[in-house]
Design a binder for this molecule. Sequence first.
Ligand code: FMN
Length: 357
Amino acid sequence: MNIGPYALANNVFAAPMAGVTDRPFRQLCKKLGAGYAVSEMVTSRRDLWDTLKTSRRANHEGEAAPIAVQIAGTDAQMMADAAAYNIDRGAQIIDINMGCPAKKVCNKWAGSALMQNEALALQIVEAVVAACLPHGVPVTLKMRTGWAPGHKNAVSIARAAESAGVQMIAVHGRTREQGYKGLAEYDTIAEVKAALRIPLVANGDIGSPEKARDVLAYTGADALMIGRAAQGRPWIFRELTHFLATGSRLAPPLVLDVKRLLLDHLLDHYQLYGEFTGVRTARKHIAWYVNALPGGDAFRSRLNALEDCRAQLAAVGEFFDALGAQADRIPAPADGLRGPADKQAMNNDKKTEQAAP
Ligand SMILES: Cc1cc2nc3c(=O)[nH]c(=O)nc-3n(C[C@H](O)[C@H](O)[C@H](O)COP(=O)(O)O)c2cc1C
């Protein structure tokens, strides 16, 4: 499958998750089989572009192509400027965020709240497409099924966006009002697919190979996007692509391989964030990796006391060495998804940002 000139390795993608899908995590997902990965959202507010947070998000050093950056905002000209700013910093694809229900974004009518104002949503799409066109940069859109259960307008917005030049659309099968509650539904996604000629990506609650197969078949989608199920389990991409290609499940990864890839993930993470912020923001990733493993709960509570990279790396190494002494492979995961955003973990990240020297 292609987005503009970019041929993608496969049709199982990593979903953008603010505070999670930073460059190290995206790289890892791509290395472990994701056909495509979009950045965390970058604000269209120019006054925030020089903050450490935004400059980290706009840093794509060493990232495998295509580099896709998601932008969020409420003003067409500001969104067009944000597209140009990110293209200057290496973005090869620009994704418009109409999918995120976060209050911080929605109070200002950005993210999924934009679906409530179709005229403004379309103005933004047109302005971003116009800004990207001279650079040959494709524009994609991520949205929900609508803004409330009685107001599912994904088909209408998707049609308008396609006419305006958007080249791929991803739909999360929940309304904005739902947040992450209830179940994702795939009927609206199937309707959007049927209404479009451009590729459609189905998203929401996909956490097992069988579910991936069923959602593809039910919706007719061209691709899938995986969010929460990839937290602490970035090898899910190769598990899904293998199953979709062969109909058989891969064995869970070797404990030794997970130890190695987590330690590499941590080193890359520290390099981007530095020691103070890196050690603290890595805790949630480590917690996700060990979440369902024997001894994981006790280990998670020990983690918070470790405040430097060496101690954190050593503890992670010891945890996996002890696990490896009991079993070659990590236990097969339960197919359910863990809770939406790990709120405590995200709040801790905010505190870290404020306390960073
Ligand atoms: C922690 C977190 C952060 C997210 N941040 C974004 C974001 O920045 N932009 C966006 O479009 N969606 C964002 N999402 C929504 C996901 O991309 C995805 O649509 C949603 O989690 C449903 O997919 P899943 O069931 O596979 O997790 C976020 C979700 C989570 C859990």
